[in-house]
Design a protein around this ligand. Structure first.
Ligand code: FMN
Length: 217
């Protein structure tokens, strides 16, 4: 180990003593996730709906990035992005994803494995219409994940789009921008406990309902 490693790398925190009991969790893990997002929000967590999404590209390489959870229902977890981005292209070729909700300040994480599919265009239209105009112009101006020669070139593209839509009170959704819904197959609820004896409760999708398993820390 490098002796000059910053202190941050050697800190040890003692995690909480709040038990995660199978019986205190909802029998529906999607409902339980909603409850934990709401509790993260109530606890003042910055971006409580941020999740780290990992995808696999056609060559088999994994990649991860943060996206925001924008909806959740019985079908799964909704987020929005550019279908032509690195993640968009990866998902159109291989729907398998892994997701982490990292609520470190609460000694909690939720890990999800599932399949992502594009949502119906009406769902994307409806969500796009709720976005601030600046974000809508941004979606038209950026071909997410593709190289660009400079910041100036991006800003010039924004000006061009502002001119293009100057007379449109409602900006239409670009075809290449929209939502995915992640249907979870496995959801693990993790709560940090003292001496690294953490609680882990895994929900695995069965043909009807979910099986519940406690995992070793
Ligand atoms: C807090 C946070 C929230 C983000 N939310 C989104 C999002 O909802 N959708 C999105 O496309 N990118 C979002 N991003 C940007 C992505 O992390 C990423 O840079 C971008 O989507 C390009 O990823 P890709 O090249 O792997 O496709 C967010 C970044 C951060 C830090």
């Amino acid at each position: 180990m490098n002796d000059s490693a910053p202190d941050a790398l050697s800190k040890r925190k003692d995690y909480g003593s709040i038990a995660l009991e199978e019986g205190s969790l909802s029998s529906d893990p999607i409902e339980q996730l909603m409850a934990w997002v709401a509790e993260a929000d109530a606890a003042g967590i910055y971006e409580p709906n941020a999740m780290v999404l990992s995808t696999i590209d056609p060559g088999g390489a994994p990649s991860s990035r943060t996206v925001l959870l924008r909806g959740i229902d019985e079908h799964g977890l909704y987020f929005y992005t550019d279908y032509g981005s690195r993640k968009g292209l990866a998902l159109l070729a291989n729907p398998e994803v892994s997701v982490v909700f990292p609520w470190y300040a609460q000694h909690r994480q939720v890990l999800i494995y599932g399949h992502a599919s594009p949502v119906d265009s009406e769902v994307s239209d409806a969500y796009f219409a709720t976005r601030p105009r600046g974000s809508q112009i941004g979606a038209w101006s950026s071909e997410q994940s593709r190289p660009i020669e400079s910041r100036e070139a991006l800003e010039a593209r924004v000006l061009e789009m502002e001119r293009r839509f100057a007379d449109n009170p409602d900006i239409p959704r670009p075809e290449s921008w929209g939502g995915f819904v992640i249907e979870p197959q496995r959801m693990e609820f993790w709560a940090g406990r003292t001496s690294r004896l953490h609680d882990r409760v895994s929900f695995d999708r069965e043909s009807r309902g979910w099986s519940v398993t406690r995992l070793q820390p």
